[in-house]
Ligand binder design. Structure first.
Ligand code: FAD
Length: 467
């Protein structure tokens, strides 16, 4: 049988594409060499969020009195039990995903897929488990893997990966984290809550490279108050035993950890599956795609982390959907400007659209409205002990260009902003939307009230609405 679509990789990009395509009547075959669900379900998003939820519950119970609850026992965190809960959630999610696949939707093949090339009539041939499959279209969703430190001197058994940490029932007393990205900051919150002394070493001049600088700095300052030490502008020199040797502007320093987590980003998986047998162009370490997720090779598409672009499960879902629509001849395109970023640190960060730095670089006139989250009654009820900030960025024509929030539960509310940025709403259009009360999300409505201030007055006044 010749399939309409072959998909390599059963992570978020792949399994969502298979589900969409199968439901639209395409004959689909999907290959997965490990577990369905990819990094997201098995080692990344879901395990991390499951432990973060346990930590959130632990922190609430530790402060029970504040909520009017008396606890007459010493509180402790049982990591093996939390890990057991995490495993149960993973199995549950794997079941949900695999139960969507029946023969009407897609043929699921477990094994390592390898692209052999094209047949004389133009179909793409893929080998897996000594069988050959042919398809009119191919969607590459092979994901990414952690990047490795490029320094010559590494001699340490203390170095570990995020998934080793997320699977360990031991809580390290001291943890050095190389890299101040999303995963690092989520893990820093988990272990800081359990009493681990944490040092973060970031090579840039602020943590969270792609996040609005002001928001990143607020998170770093909040982490500092909680005892997490962050060094910026670091250059790692060597790692020996439990010690990381690094430099800041030429000054030599060291950091010691029982464990050393190296989380310096991810690289797309481009090797080992026969990509070289097609004429697919790569760009900045990922597969080059256009807004329809088409590669340089006809009928070959790519989605998810392998493109080296957005590196989030939600972007992967959307990219897959665009790829399937393109295959079906339905007009669609990816709007990368409206892909949100969520950091499940504490406080959480959620953002969508353009940052202040990007606008300043482009000399694009804009106004910024800042409003503390403590103006939301729901936020006050939650008693977060942190002011929080909602930062709204508006263009000269009153279009909503970006929304950046720091404060717990903002990852749930950001969807309202995603819709506003995606549909290029203006202030007056967004103001017409009814936001439910009392919610954290209505802070955006609150910010919009200040947006009537004339453009010129807003331009360079950074504190006009801050309280
Ligand atoms: C700790 C951590 C936390 C994260 N948290 C979040 C979060 O909260 N929200 C979010 O949106 N994103 C999060 N991410 C990112 C998210 O996990 C990835 O963006 C997402 O998994 C990418 O999906 P993908 O389908 O492109 O690739 P992957 O999930 O990497 O899946 C690729 C799949 O392809 C398979 N494969 C590769 N080559 C072959 C082959 N030759 N044959 C057969 N199968 C093959 C692999 O086995 C794998 O299952 C997190 C990542 C990490 C590491």
């Amino acid at each position: 049988m010749i399939f309409d679509l072959a998909i390599i990789g059963g992570g978020p990009a792949g399994f969502f594409a298979a589900e969409c395509a199968g439901n639209q009547g395409l004959k689909v075959v999907i290959f997965e060499k490990e577990d369905l669900g990819g990094v997201c379900i098995n080692e990344g998003c879901i395990p991390a969020k499951s432990l973060l939820h346990s930590i959130q519950a632990y922190n609430i119970v530790k402060n029970a009195e504040k909520y009017g609850i008396e606890v007459d026992k010493d509180i402790s965190f049982n990591m093996p039990l939390a890990l057991k809960r995490k495993e149960k959630i993973i199995r549950n999610m794997q079941h949900i995903v695999s139960s969507k696949f029946n023969d009407d939707i897609a043929t699921l093949i477990y094994g390592h897929a390898f692209i052999k090339g094209r047949t004389t009539d133009g179909n793409i041939t893929i080998n897996c488990n000594n069988q050959s499959y042919q398809s009119h279209n191919l969607l590459i969703c092979t994901g990414s893997r952690p990047d490795t430190l490029q320094i010559p001197d590494i001699d340490s058994s203390a170095i570990c990966t995020y998934d080793a940490l997320l699977n360990s029932s031991e809580v390290p007393q001291k943890l050095v984290i190389i890299g101040g990205g999303q995963v690092s900051l989520e893990l820093a919150h988990i272990y800081n809550s359990l009493g681990t002394k944490i040092i973060i070493l970031e090579q840039n001049d602020e943590i969270l490279l792609d996040t609005d600088n002001e928001i990143s700095a607020i998170l770093r300052e909040e982490y500092t108050k909680r005892g997490i030490v962050t060094y910026l502008n670091t250059e790692i020199v060597k790692i020996e035993g439990n010690t990381v040797y690094f430099k800041i502007k030429g000054r030599s320093m060291t950091a010691e950890g029982e464990k050393i987590l190296c989380d310096i980003g991810r690289v797309p998986n481009l090797e080992g599956f026969g990509l070289e047998n097609l004429d697919v162009e790569c760009y900045r370490k990922g597969i080059r795609i256009n807004n329809q997720m088409q590669t340089s090779e006809p009928n070959v598409y790519a989605a998810g982390d392998v493109t080296g672009f957005s590196k989030s499960a939600h972007a992967a879902y959307c990219e897959s959907s665009v790829a399937i629509n393109t295959i079906l001849g339905i007009k669609d395109q990816m709007n990368f400007k409206a892909v949100p970023t969520c950091v499940f640190s504490s406080p959480e960060i959620a953002q969508v659209g353009i940052t202040e730095e990007m606008l300043n670089l482009a000399w694009q006139p804009h106004k910024i409205i800042r409003i503390p989250l403590t103006q939301s009654s729901r936020y006050i009820i939650q008693d977060e002990e942190f002011e929080g900030l909602c930062k709204l960025i508006v263009g000269e024509d009153d279009t909503i260009l970006g929304v950046h929030i720091i404060g717990n539960n903002c990852t749930e509310s950001i969807i309202a902003a995603v819709m506003a940025v995606e549909s290029q709403m203006t202030i007056s259009e967004w103001k017409k939307i009814v936001f439910p009360y009392p919610t954290i999300g209505e802070i955006m409505k609150g910010a919009l009230i200040y947006a009537h201030i004339p453009f010129e007055q807003h331009k360079y006044d950074r504190s006009n609405t801050r309280q």
